[in-house]
Design a protein around this ligand. Sequence first.
Ligand code: PAF
Length: 289
Amino acid sequence: MQVIRKIKEMQASSDRLRREGKSIGLVPTMGYLHEGHLSLVRKAKALSNAVVVSIFVNPTQFGPGEDFEKYPRDEEEDRTKLEAEGVDFLLIPEAREMYPSGYQTYVEVTEVAKGLCGDFRPGHFRGVATVVAKFFNIVKPHIAVFGEKDYQQLLVIKRMVEDLNFDIEIISGTLIREEDGIAMSSRNAYLSPENRRKATILYRSLKEGKTSFESGERRTFALCKTVKESLESVGEISIQYVEIRDAETLEKIEIVNGPAVIAVAAIVGGVRLIDNIIIVREEKPFCYL
Ligand code: PAF
């Protein structure tokens, strides 16, 4: 695995790969890698000839008072994990090269970035869209893989790619859970054992919502009420939102009669956690080869 820290060097390597007719798969990350990230890496490997993983704790997607400084970092361990997966390039750019002094260009996806996490983390998706657009220009991938754990982020990126005509296919990777049901996240490292136990309620409450849907309930307010009541059954959890949205557009819906996702965000022991469950997936047209 080649470790690259300079933007020009990555661009030159990508140009060379493209000249050789190789397809490039990108997995953008902020490091502190877990099985969820590695499942995205495996997907990229299966779908491209050369895999690039980027590690960059992107300052523009953190708001004031958020955890930019204390975001967990472990470059050595990440390198070992990526080597073991057979990753071709690890890109670790420097913040001063990504955002040199005088930097003033940002990408803003308007509607999809509104509501849900967009309400609680102003400017977050602007930072995400900007850094991902930069990585697309630096790595020049044919495909890029993003996890469904950050469901709104996935749709923001898909919208940006469509709107700005990036010639890149966005691939989604399913959400990977720990044995206790908690969605894998680098931020789980912040949870004390007691808060970690409490945090398992997020997935349990989402499953209750899904069960209610499967038993015939279609009204989103009733489904959300089930999820909220379940979350509230554990004390000391502060709910930011419980919402059911169209799983393709992220528009608000009142009745579930198509692709839909239940999304939650809550603070457990001072740690902000998000999770989601897809209750109806989009039916992909069947393709005979
Ligand atoms: O999901 C993440 O880890 C980050 O938001 C991303 C996509 C790497 C952009 O910084």
